[in-house]
Design a protein around this ligand. Structure first.
Ligand SMILES: Nc1nc2c(ncn2[C@@H]2O[C@H](COP(=O)(O)OP(=O)(O)OP(=O)(O)O)[C@@H](O)[C@H]2O)c(=O)[nH]1
Ligand SMILES: [Mg+2]
Length: 87
């Protein structure tokens, strides 16, 4: 049977994986959310805006569910930068 992207039939059961990128303004809690979902401190979260300087990846694995999420914490972008990117 054909497998969807991010889906794998390991014989006994189907597993799933995917990527989640977190983009947004500085200091809104992106790194905090990534750390919560991954379950360990993979990204520095502080009161200082623009703490994250480059993309940080963390993997959240749920063995029972057979799922893996690659969380990508991105540097904060100002509204002006985000608007110019979408233009
Ligand atoms: N009140 C409140 N504060 C939060 C929440 N999530 C994170 N914070 C706080 O907000 C501040 C910034 O959190 P970060 O996770 O570093 O924010 P960020 O979006 O990654 O920031 P940049 O890397 O600068 O873009 C920290 O002081 C956190 O403790 C929340 O849900 N509620
Ligand atoms: Mg951050």
């Amino acid at each position: 049977m054909a497998e969807a992207p991010g889906q794998m039939d390991t014989g006994s059961r189907t597993t799933r994986s995917g990527f989640v990128g977190l983009a947004g303004r500085p200091n809104v809690g992106k790194s905090t959310l990534v750390n919560q979902i991954v379950g360990s401190k993979v990204a520095i979260a502080t009161v200082r805006p623009q703490t994250t300087r480059r993309a940080i990846r963390g993997v959240a694995t749920d063995l029972e569910a057979g799922t893996q999420l690659v969380m990508i914490d991105l540097p904060g972008s100002s509204a002006r930068v985000m608007n110019s990117r979408s233009a």
